[in-house]
Design a protein around this ligand. Sequence first.
Ligand SMILES: Nc1nc2c(c(=O)[nH]1)N[C@H]1C(S)=C(S)[C@@H](COP(=O)(O)OP(=O)(O)OC[C@H]3O[C@@H](n4cnc5c(N)ncnc54)[C@H](O)[C@@H]3O)O[C@H]1N2
Ligand code: MOO
Length: 398
Amino acid sequence: MISVEDALAACLDLAAPVGSERVALTDAGGRVLVAPVTATRDQPPFSASAMDGYALRDVEAIPGRRLKVVGEAPAGRHWSGTIGPGEALRIFTGAPLPDGTDRVVIQEDVSREGDRITLGRDLGSGHNVRPSGADFVAGDTMSAPRRLSPADVALAASMNVPLLEVSRRPTVALIATGDELVTPGESPRPDQIIASNTYGLKARIEAEGAEARLLPIARDNRESLEQVFDLAAGADLIVTVGGASVGDHDLVGDVAASRGLDRAFYKVAMRPGKPLMAGRLGDAVLLGLPGNPVSAMVCGELFLIPMLQAMMGLPAGARPRLRARLGVELPANGPREHYMRAEISAGEDLPIITPYGSQDSSLLTVLSGASGLLVRPVDAPRTQAGEMVEYVPLHQMF
Ligand SMILES: Nc1nc2c(c(=O)[nH]1)N[C@H]1C(S)=C(S)[C@@H](COP(=O)(O)OP(=O)(O)OC[C@H]3O[C@@H](n4cnc5c(N)ncnc54)[C@H](O)[C@@H]3O)O[C@H]1N2
Ligand code: MOO
């Protein structure tokens, strides 16, 4: 058995970037930018008015001063003359500032009669001008790698870059294994259950920006597993669920080995998720998740998600952890790192985390209610309520 840390390092070693493609801005939100975006112009490309009002020379912004309005500049139309002494230009937000001016007095501070304005008593101190290049100048870059936020997409658009180089979405083939499983919506025999893990994993994988393909359920015999493995051809990552333990019907390791699996590890000192396996299988990476539903989802969160991030070219490592105060006393932990499904509530200095009473790895109701995984390190001593602990937050992306 290896440690969680070593298993994650081995998983990340297997997960090479999958390459990139160009997408339009309209399809770029949430994708992973892999090459920097360079601005092709300054923004704003000219000194622009920040308000609706009158452009004039700052030296003439004197309360009570009367000026002649000699023209008008709406946004999108440069006024080509020069503003001289005693003159002002009617101007609107976003319009280029005319030559000779360096200030805009907002219309609320002006009274107008015909082509004459009189400046009010309190003009404020702001110039209401956005200098040319205030946001960015040509050659400025948005760095990569990064997951493109809505604001990033808007920035790239503003830089006049219509196509972005993003990571291809890694493709994941999901294989559920077991004679006891039927697809949701079907009529199970009394001795069967509904396959759930691959559905939860698909949702999680897609929330991360990868593509998941659900393959037919593989039955507990070599022939069926071989057939379903064949269907996984072309995937970047093959994820099996179940059939990983020591039972007579746990065939995933054997079948993968006979297909040439170069196994990196099998079994991790953690709870849930001990019978985890990973390796290289031809051109793909294989991640073998344990069958218990909570084990599959927790291992998905802790290992599969960082692997996908690495495959998309993002800096990848252990899932982020937060701090909280323990809500109840916990006994000493054993030799496996324990990821306890827990509730998190508001506390004084830090949130309070309370693990559920039942930590059985078959209980999806508990996982569904949990907002974090309380991390109990290997051989952690008895821990009192109120002590500081760490947890991995869950469900944050939904
Ligand atoms: N003698 C031992 N028995 C077990 C050990 C052990 O070390 N020695 N480990 C236990 C642990 S821990 C786990 S986790 C499970 C994992 O076993 P497998 O990965 O071989 O999983 P299965 O036996 O196929 O299934 C376990 C459990 O999960 C249900 N299952 C499987 N796939 C799905 C699915 N897609 N959707 C919903 N539920 C699924 C399956 O029906 C079983 O109930 O082994 C322990 N045993
Ligand atoms: O490791 Mo199993 O995954 O504890 O249920």
